[in-house]
Design a binder for this molecule. Structure first.
Ligand code: NAD
Ligand code: UDP
Ligand code: UDP
Length: 331
């Protein structure tokens, strides 16, 4: 049976299995479920660069082979097409569990990955979400806030699925002694983001590039806090390597209304881009902003990339994917 502590060669001197960042140590075997997706593929880049062996488990529901293709041929990289709803047998040290469509499979997949972590003694990290706070009555949101979620609304299967995933994670921790970590991720953007899954940043950027109007839902006064993907990946890795279970909010406290976001997109891509108002979706949270004091204090983490710095990095990737390499003078 594998145990995390034995594997990294610290033995009983380091019962928590904690690997101080920057310390030389044996490469780990790491599973990233959802590793062909937006966040997962950036995480995989960092883990491979660090010298670890990475197994990506993905069913390509929303992810793309293109996101990880640059690792093909590297003996330390492996890609498995697999739905995490089905059991999976592997021998690994760490599991970053990102695989999640907005549906109940999120719960079954999490159960399987926790079962895997329990069997092989791997450390398990759940990527939960700020949506567990629902339409929050506390602002900004602290990890101690229990949230305001409608159990039967149109957004519920994602919100409640992640809440259940957090519950399962803590039950496996308390009941089976699995080493777990929980991240509550706030809205994240960056290169490789799905172009047409309807998220606001990807919608606005693609619309501005295609010379279409930016679709603002509702009055556009609702707020979100947008985090650049490299900041998130740094936070996930610090959380995995650190000694705290969490949950930890990982997000950028910079708060924008959707109209302000539209302005930043206009400044970055096309000052003449038009704005078009559309009806908002049901149960849309009015505001959202992370309180990140806990992550600052216990993980020594805070975001470094502002929206105005990060957005252009995403725009050049979108330009290439939308127009191809040789058109429109993509930067
Ligand atoms: P994404 O859709 O790009 O990545 C998810 C990946 O999981 C995809 O590659 C998809 O193919 C894969 N997947 C889905 N269902 C699967 C299944 N049953 N079996 C195997 N693979 C499966 O999304 P992302 O933005 O990279 O999100 C990654 C994680 O972070 C998710 O758990 C998401 O809930 C969480 N999160 C993301 C954000 C954000 O703003 N991007 C915010 C909060 C939480
Ligand atoms: N599981 C898995 N891989 C493993 C070990 C378990 O996919 O290496 C799955 C297993 O099929 C089960 C789930 O994880 O559906 C929970 O496993 P656990 O051992 O905790 O529960 P049990 O099987 O005892 O109900
Ligand atoms: N939104 C918008 N225009 C779009 C897509 C989304 O105004 O084209 C709004 C949406 O109503 C919500 C906010 O942007 O208030 C963030 O939506 P997203 O789906 O990106 O993230 P989430 O609601 O999950 O935080």
């Amino acid at each position: 049976k594998f145990s995390y502590a034995n594997r990294v060669g610290f033995g009983s001197a380091n019962p928590t299995g904690k690997i101080p960042l920057g310390l030389k140590r044996k490469g780990l075997r790491i599973v990233v479920t959802g590793g062909a997706g937006f966040v997962g593929s950036h995480l995989v880049d960092r883990l491979i660069a660090r010298g670890d062996s990475v197994i990506v488990v993905d069913n390509f529901f929303t992810g793309r082979k293109e996101n990880v293709m640059h690792h093909f041929g590297n003996p330390k990289f492996e890609l498995i097409r697999h739905d995490v709803v089905e059991p999976l047998l592997l021998e690994v040290d760490q599991i970053y569990h990102l695989a999640c469509p907005a549906s109940p499979t999120n719960v079954v997949g999490t159960l399987n990955m926790l079962g895997l972590a329990k069997r092989v003694g791997a450390r398990f990290l759940l990527t939960s979400t700020s949506e567990v706070y629902g339409d929050p009555l506390q602002h900004p949101q602290k990890e101690t806030y229990w949230g305001n979620v409608n159990p039967i609304g149109v957004r519920s299967c994602y919100d409640e699925g992640k809440r259940t995933a957090e519950t399962l994670t803590m039950d496996y921790h308390r009941g089976a002694g699995v080493e777990v970590r929980i991240a509550r991720i706030f809205n994240t953007y960056g290169p490789r983001m799905c172009i047409d899954d309807g998220r606001v940043v990807s919608n606005f950027v693609a619309q501005a590039l295609r010379k279409e109007p930016l679709t603002v839902y509702g009055d556009g006064k609702q707020t979100r806090s947008f985090q650049y993907v490299s900041d998130l990946v740094e936070g996930l890795m610090r959380l995995m390597e650190g000694e705290h279970v969490g949950p930890f909010n990982l997000g950028n406290p910079g708060e924008f209304t959707m109209l302000e976001l539209a302005e930043v997109v206009q400044e970055t891509i096309d000052p003449n881009a038009k704005i078009e108002f559309r009806p908002n979706t049901e149960d849309d949270p009015h505001k959202r902003k992370p309180d990140i004091s806990r992550a600052k204090e216990l993980l020594g983490w805070e975001p470094k990339v502002s929206l105005r710095k990060g957005l252009p990095l995403m725009v050049s990737d979108f330009r290439q994917r939308i127009f191809g390499d040789h058109k429109e003078g993509g930067n």
